[in-house]
Ligand binder design. Structure first.
Ligand code: SF4
Length: 505
């Protein structure tokens, strides 16, 4: 067998999880200089840039959600795919053990985490044969937040703000714009979209995701699609959804469109949204040893150019310090747009914790507490735990529970990303609490604001879903929903909807 194959795949996984490819870095750098200094968008992008640098320097996961590992493998005729599949699975298991991938594979019925990223359908591995002598493996790690913003349209269809999308390229453009508008900041914008026109429902989504393997500067060989991609890029940023949905000039960093034949009766447009943490790399392997012959999307002989000249959160002097536990007066004094620096005790909680709290009393006193929607990567070192990646997760999933939990247990601050809905907004107002938006994907940046893990509850839910008790210091976030009924998310959605109408496809 190929003695270096396992090691090469492991290197590919580690590098993909920790270092963004140069084309994505260049696009993010361009985004950073496009947003005026001192704006929410600029502050968000500065944190993202710092996070990218920290991840590459320390070989830490760029985002705590290391996503669904998806491998596209090309092999010479006669290669042993059964053996390779097993080796890839073992490399995924090893990368998980080393904390480079978060345990992300859960039983769909019981919710039980397999703990090693292996399970039915995980990881995704597609094989194809080709006439060449070498092996090519491409990997994309796409997280749940952006995966949840994928969209599929069956044309013709009526779309809000855009009218009818017909079975034409203009109709396709409307679908793409609608998907980006609908995603707002929930997929951690600025993102990139892979699109498939046609196919059936399954091949359409697969082909859309495959488009994400094209570099951001790649020009479509089909001139009609090249024109469509350029036209999306020139109009989409006028939506002013901006980084993390905070408003701003940059909403999308790439749009890549493919096409498949379809049945005469069907016309699907499938959109795969990927976040700014656009993790994709590849390797070409020697087919006799499995050793890496070359890397794809990156040139290892070129040094990594840091995103920022100097590290550190750029303070404007207007930041407000918050130390938990918090009083009602302290949170009622906050308003949308305030930048806060949180210190003190913070508890993590996402889907399993929220569902638990609806039926059971909390394992800790949540009065005046800060509840962080986060599924961190945590490693055990002797008897203590260390958080190695800890960005926010998409908050809207907790919308059915959040208001009730605030009311019952006196939570004063909820931190997450992408914002929450009307029920939560009403509860914030009635009970005196705020929602803070942290910067999605900034897992390394926030891990450094966590000074200590003080304990953990509900460990039976698995590492990402457990309730971690953390001590944090100067954890920056932005008030995007306050205790006076204001929501930046609601405002940006309405304003960008008006911009969508103005584009006039
Ligand atoms: S950057 Fe955001 S959307 Fe992307 S994987 Fe991380 S949390 Fe999910």
């Amino acid at each position: 067998m190929l003695p270096s194959f396992f090691d090469s795949v492991l290197q590919l996984i580690v590098r993909t999880s920790t270092d963004l490819p140069p084309d994505v870095r260049a696009a993010m750098k361009h985004s950073l200089i496009s947003e005026p200094e001192g704006t929410r968008a600029s502050q968000a992008l500065t944190i993202i840039a710092q996070n990218i640098d920290l991840a590459a320097d320390g070989e830490g996961a760029i985002c705590q959600d290391t996503g669904m590992p998806t491998f596209e493998v090309h092999v010479p005729v006669g290669a042993n795919q059964i053996w390779m599949r097993q080796q890839i699975r073992e490399a995924v298991q090893e990368a998980t053990k080393r904390g480079k991938l978060r345990p992300n594979s859960v039983d769909s019925i019981t919710g039980k985490n397999s703990g090693d990223n292996l399970g039915p359908g995980t990881p995704i591995i597609h094989f194809d044969q080709w006439e060449r002598d070498d092996i090519e493996i491409k990997l994309i790690l796409k997280g749940g937040g952006c995966e949840n913003t994928n969209a599929q349209y069956a044309l013709p269809v009526e779309l809000p703000h855009l009218g009818r999308a017909d079975r034409t390229l203009d109709g396709v453009k409307k679908c793409i714009l609608h998907a980006v508008w609908n995603a707002q900041g929930k997929g951690c914008s600025p993102g990139a979209v892979g699109v498939c026109i046609g196919g059936d429902r399954t091949s359409g989504y697969t082909h859309a995701k495959e488009q994400l393997f094209r570099t951001l500067d790649d020009v479509n060989r089909d001139s009609r699609l090249a024109e469509l991609e350029a036209s999306i890029m020139s109009s989409v940023n006028s939506l002013e959804i901006g980084p993390m949905g905070f408003g701003g000039k940059v909403t999308l960093i790439g749009c890549k469109v493919g096409v498949l034949n379809r049945l005469p009766a069907s016309f699907f447009v499938s959109v795969a949204y990927d976040c700014w943490a656009f993790r994709r790399l590849g390797v070409v392997l020697d087919a006799s040893s499995g050793a890496i012959k070359s890397w794809m999307y990156r040139d290892p002989s070129h040094p990594i150019i840091p995103m920022l000249d100097q590290a550190g959160f750029t303070r404007t002097g207007r930041e407000i310090a918050l130390t938990s536990p918090l009083t009602e007066d302290a949170v009622r004094a906050l308003k949308v747009g305030d930048v806060v620096m949180v210190s003190g005790r913070m508890f993590t909680g996402r889907d399993a914790v929220h569902s638990y709290l609806m039926k059971n009393p909390p394992p800790v006193d949540l009065n005046g507490s800060v509840l962080y929607h986060c599924g961190p990567v945590v490693v055990k070192e002797g008897e203590t735990w260390r958080v190695t990646a800890a960005g926010p997760t998409t908050s809207i999933r907790e919308e059915p529970y959040q208001g009730e939990i605030i009311k019952r247990y006196g939570v004063r601050v909820v931190i997450g990303k992408g914002g929450m809905g009307a029920k939560t907004l009403a509860a914030l107002k009635e009970h005196g609490a705020v929602y803070l938006n942290a910067i999605g994907g900034a897992a390394q940046f926030y891990a450094r604001a966590i000074k200590k893990v003080d304990g953990v509850s509900l460990m039976e839910f698995g590492t990402p879903e457990a309730m971690w008790h953390l001590t944090v210091e100067d954890f920056p976030a932005i008030v995007t929903m306050d205790a006076h009924g204001n929501s930046l998310h609601k405002d940006i959605e309405q304003e960008s909807g008006a911009h969508l109408e103005a584009i006039g496809v």
